[in-house]
Ligand binder design. Structure first.
Ligand code: UTP
Length: 488
């Protein structure tokens, strides 16, 4: 008898009996057995009636053939260099001369007008498990600001408050969560009175979840009655926007474009009018901010054209030759590091939905605790599991018109990914302090730095006091003396 034999009898029950007992779940039970995943019912006889129903409900949400295909297609595939004719894309540079500054000024005005007309919404994707950071609960509640210890969510909320005040507007803010962190995220905002925002402008929605499998493709359990589920990647936003009615809500509110960002970038310039302006000015479908790569082998996706279409090539897919290819002036040929800040038009999202094409999934091999056969919880030391995720940038292949705008990494990108080392809370705090330090220095104050250029001391500037360097210069007390610890 094989695992996929439809008459298989697992430890405690057979399929026919189970189907007869729960006719409403007949087809889901059949699919689970046929996919060789009957072990998820190994503890059936020990479950309470509620646990049984919950487990069957969960099973009914799982697309077993899809999981099997994903496991075979994604996991067993070795990353290949990207195929096709790869060329560097056209990039809007950081304005240097008067002509470029004039274009930027025009773009900013267009962006400000668009914001004032209420055409832009903000979407924060905050559904990730934050495995590398290793905290329980949503990453957004992690305390991050250098002095006050405000959370990442509070920091974003205060930036939104500040921009709303500046333009006398209200910007709808949509926050994507996973099933795992939805209640904690919503409760967190409620218990903090939405950090001064109007609760009606903030809407939370859940992304889809997929089961996590072991390295042989078997679904993992985290208790006798629960299957380990994981959010389906930031690309899950595409389906969730439609399924959760968010796109309809946006259209009803007259939204034309969304400003997309990831929760963990603490330097994000939320709803940046300049970026919005370039996107609107060009009638773009999807736009991207990029930074120069720090070195050829930096593990960051690179924005390129493949056969004339925009594409993000993951570092593992970039051939060594392309990785090190140089322009005549010695700069890297493929140098546009994707920092996951996008403008996306609602019409484009509609187009994707109408096409009905699925965006691909990628496999991520991770360490995932699981419920073992002997009834114990195992915390593996080595990677033991596969999560399937879709990526937002995979929709780029459908983009006919997109804008790529270069920004300065130190001003706009510092994600919190790991508990220690690079991209950690410590580096993000220092990046915030350094940014504030530069604003103050440019305003004429003396701010000491060490030999690596890091500010010596602590600085925190509330977005409501100053959202940018110009606002700081206009507001700051000219007699201020920096004594190593400054909160404004
Ligand atoms: P990452 O891919 O860095 O994942 O997500 P993560 O969950 O934050 O951390 P690890 O990989 O488990 O350590 C980048 C952004 O995309 C969001 C995250 O919340 C983060 O803002 N994201 C990721 C989702 O919203 N959903 C997902 O399924 C995955």
């Amino acid at each position: 008898m094989t695992l996929s034999d439809s008459s298989i009898i697992n430890k405690n029950l057979d399929r026919i009996t189970l189907e007869a007992e729960f006719p409403a779940y007949k087809s889901s039970i059949k699919k689970a057995f046929e996919a060789g995943q009957a072990h998820i019912l190994d503890w059936w006889d020990e479950l309470t009636p509620t646990e049984k129903t919950n487990l069957l409900n969960r099973i009914s949400t799982i697309n077993f053939p899809l999981i099997k295909d994903l496991f075979n297609d994604t996991l067993l595939k070795v990353p290949q260099p990207a195929q096709g004719n790869i060329t560097p894309p056209q990039i809007i540079p950081i304005p240097k001369d008067d002509a470029e500054k004039k274009i930027a000024q025009r773009a900013r005005q267009i962006g400000e007008n668009s914001l004032q007309k209420g055409e832009t919404a903000i979407i924060t994707v905050a559904g990730g498990d934050g495995t590398r950071l290793g905290i329980n609960g949503p990453k957004g509640v992690f305390p991050i600001t250098p002095i006050a210890g405000k959370s990442i969510f509070q920091l974003h909320a205060e930036k939104i408050c500040a921009i709303q005040k500046r333009y006398n507007i209200q910007i709808p803010w949509y926050i994507m969560t996973s099933e795992n962190n939805f209640p904690a995220t919503q409760n967190y905002f409620q218990s903090h009175q939405f950090f001064g925002l109007d609760s009606r402008q903030v809407r939370f929605f859940n992304q889809g979840m997929l089961p996590v499998v072991d390295l042989q493709g078997n679904l993992l359990m985290d208790s006798k009655s629960t299957i380990v589920m994981s959010p389906n990647g930031h690309g899950g936003i595409i389906i969730a926007l439609r399924e959760k009615g968010i796109l309809d809500d946006m259209k009803m509110r007259g939204i034309k474009n969304i400003f997309y960002h990831q929760v963990d970038n603490v330097l994000i310039k939320i709803a940046d009018p300049l970026f919005i302006g370039y996107h609107v000015m060009d009638g773009a479908e999807m736009s991207l901010k990029v930074v120069k790569k720090s070195h050829p082998e930096e593990k960051v996706g690179v924005v390129v054209n493949v056969n004339g279409r925009l594409h993000v090539i993951e570092y593992s897919e970039l051939s060594k030759e392309d990785m090190y290819a140089k322009n005549k002036d010695g700069t890297l040929k493929y140098n546009a590091g994707n920092i996951a800040i996008h403008m996306i038009s609602i019409d484009f999202l509609e187009k994707i939905h109408q096409m009905g094409e699925a965006i691909p999934y990628h496999a991520a091999i991770k360490k995932v605790p699981f419920f073992a056969e002997d009834g114990s919880i195992v915390n593996p030391r080595k990677n033991n599991a596969v999560k399937f995720e879709s990526f937002i940038f995979d929709i780029l292949k459908y983009v006919r018109k997109g804008v790529i705008m270069e920004v300065i990494r130190e001003e706009e990108f510092s994600p919190v990914k790991n508990m220690e080392g690079e991209n950690s809370p410590a580096t993000s705090r220092q990046d915030m302090i350094n940014l504030f330090g530069r604003w103050l220095r440019n305003a004429g104050f003396s701010i000491p730095a060490d030999h690596q250029g890091n500010v010596i001391g602590l600085i925190e500037i509330n977005p409501c006091f100053a959202l940018d360097e110009e606002e700081l210069r206009n507001k700051v007390d000219k007699h201020l003396q920096f004594n190593g610890n400054l909160s404004l």
